[in-house]
Design a protein around this ligand. Sequence first.
Ligand code: PLP
Length: 375
Amino acid sequence: MDLPEIRQNDFQRQWDAVRAGVIRAIERVGASGCYILGDEVQAFEAAFAEFCGAPHSIGVANGMDAIEIGLRGLGLRKGTKVLTTPFSAFASTLAIIRAGGVPVFVDVDEFGALDLRQCRAVFEQDRSIRFFLPVHLFGFPMSLPVLARLRDEFSLSIVEDSAQAIGAADHGIAVGSIGHVAAMSFYPTKNLGAFGDAGALWTNDAEIARRARALRNYGQSSRYAHEELGLNSRLDELHAAILRDALLPHLETWLQARATNAQKYLAEIANPSIRLIRPRLGATAVWHLFPVLVAPQHRDAFRKHLAQSQIETAVHYPRLIPEQKALSGVAGVQMLTELVHARRFADGEVSLPIHPFLTEDELNKVVDVCNAWRP
Ligand SMILES: *Cc1c(COP(=O)(O)O)cnc(C)c1O
């Protein structure tokens, strides 16, 4: 494969950094003879719960399942509306539908995340909407004090989709701790990326934790006792061992490197044709992505300009979720506001490389090539 020099993700460099720990974890799991729901999953759940500052963490097969299990754990019933964002990974909405819910959409704000003021207006208008799936997009935390007020005023049941925001905080509050459930993904490109699919949810609520543990394992409350129809969404021992032993210990350093890279871009990219997005005051972003906005008619040219200098870019996300073909036959799907900002992002967003293994020379090159661009 002929890869560009400066990539969105550099898995080769990551492998060099974690190889010894991964091999050790594989040896240990292989020798243990236990591959499903054993000590390794428990040990990872404990370590991850400590990292998140939550009492309960439940390992599952992927981030999408974490959302579905979270919504079901909160008692979502068939046909119930769930307010969510039109601008995210498709998995956010797909999880709602798989859980039996009906997604309804509100526009995003200037950071690409749900506009909480418009959400408030919707909650005031339609008292039948009590489930909420906000997404902390790009690694930017949404305003958590505002989210907490909405939760309390409207008695909302909230799952925070924190797949892109592990470790982020706002006004000293950890992302994921305002919702009843936080859903995390360890998809390889995520800030804590496994060697395959994996995910987790965490919660302060012991009863939700108990149900989630049953749901991930066919709905079994105890061996061969099936209380409800669950999923097969178990986290493998192997992934759990690798995550705890070889990856989690690096997470703080990696998040710090992403933040340092972002600070450099924010300080040094200065081009009136490239709009940078600065997190709100009080927000600790974890920079899963580094999104910039350019004029829609110039986006392809901008990406080409970077590609000519061996810089790989991406677009998150080119199409709004409610406009995806797969949703056309789903009953009840509604856009509750105009999607003005969401469309601006979908048409003009470009993600610059921000991964933690970028060198100073590479960062300088990205800055110079951005600054030299003329649409
Ligand atoms: C990655 C992602 C998911 C889904 O996670 P998977 O592990 O791929 O299932 C859900 N929501 C958001 C915002 C994501 O970025």
